[in-house]
Design a protein around this ligand. Structure first.
Ligand SMILES: NC(=O)c1ccc[n+]([C@@H]2O[C@H](COP(=O)([O-])OP(=O)(O)OC[C@H]3O[C@@H](n4cnc5c(N)ncnc54)[C@H](O)[C@@H]3O)[C@@H](O)[C@H]2O)c1
Length: 278
């Protein structure tokens, strides 16, 4: 079988991890980012994460599978799977898909790594909507096994089957879901985190107790407040505002979350969220 050729658009937190996962699975990867600096940073991260599991020679062999570009152009025609991982913005994603589609053959699969935007809306930028679907890797992609496969309203079943197979081939676990706001994983995470913040607001217990209960009692690797610090409170505020719009009252954004974001307490990345980080 020919080696799979995958193009990843966006080399940020997710794109660089997705590129690493495909390169480790022996695929040829083209990593595109409009920012040269982001591409440089991407390789620093990829080398660091690979160094946990491989020796220097193996690292160089894996890295050799990844080429880069600062623009979307005709060379992407060689790649049979495109995974978009640019920021979470519908108009930007639609623009990227409408740029890509005319450059690739009819059977190229177009996937988005969106966390919660409607795959059907993103696909509407394309002529052939049957080849568009969601391929939602979890963060960090090199460690997390889940890939949520999102079937848009017009996604062909054949496209879904092919991406399920590819996901298994790269050692991940695919789960197929239909296209609703937040799919499954973001929706569940939003519910757990929001309820955790409310429990804290109500003074039921302190933050360490809350996180400890969830980790011990529900077997989650992180408590809700540790998790939101990891995601970034600003990102979570955006996500939960969209959930509120889609599902109403049960996703109303808490006062505490708004206040913390207003205060610039965004979690690990600013050194303080619900916890302090040195
Ligand atoms: N960060 C997470 O925990 C996480 C988890 C799952 C899914 N996602 C989703 O993955 C996607 C990417 O998120 P991220 O956290 O990696 O974002 P990010 O901001 O870290 O990276 C986005 C990258 O896209 C690049 N980019 C922007 N416009 C571009 C263009 N026109 N052409 C090429 N590159 C361009 C940026 O330079 C940046 O490097 C989003 O849809 C997000 O919702 C994020």
């Amino acid at each position: 079988m020919n080696r799979l050729k995958v193009c990843v658009v966006g080399a940020g937190t997710m794109g660089r991890g997705i590129a690493q996962v495909f390169a480790e699975a022996n695929c040829d990867v083209l990593l595109i980012d409009k920012s040269k600096e982001q591409l440089t940073i991407a390789f620093q991260y990829i080398r660091k994460y690979l160094s946990f599991n491989y020796n220097n020679t193996e690292i160089e062999q894996i890295i050799a599978h990844i080429s880069t570009s600062e623009q979307i152009d005709s060379q992407i025609a060689e790649y049979s799977l495109i995974v978009e991982a640019v920021p979470e913005n519908l108009e930007l994603k639609k623009r990227i898909f409408s740029e890509i589609e005319p450059l690739v053959p009819e059977d190229t699969i177009l996937a988005t790594n969106t966390s919660q935007i409607s795959v059907t809306s993103i696909a509407s930028a394309c002529e052939n909507t049957g080849r568009v679907l969601g391929m939602h890797f979890s963060n960090p992609p090199h460690r997390m096994e889940l890939v949520e496969i999102i079937r848009g309203l017009k996604t062909d079943e054949n496209t879904v089957d092919m991406v399920v197979d590819i996901t298994k081939q790269i050692g991940k676990k695919p789960y197929v879901v239909n296209d609703v706001q937040g799919f499954v994983v973001s929706r569940i995470a939003a519910a757990v985190i929001s309820e955790g913040i409310r429990i804290l607001e109500e003074g039921v217990c302190d933050k360490e107790t809350l996180d400890g209960i969830v980790k011990t009692g529900l077997n989650h690797p992180m408590g809700p407040l540790e998790l939101v610090d990891h995601i970034g409170l600003d990102i979570f505020l955006m996500l939960s505002s969209d959930m509120f719009e889609a599902y109403g009252e049960r996703f109303r954004v808490s006062r505490t979350l708004k206040q913390y974001v207003e205060a610039g307490m965004l979690g690990k990345k600013t050194g303080e969220g619900f916890y302090k980080y040195a």
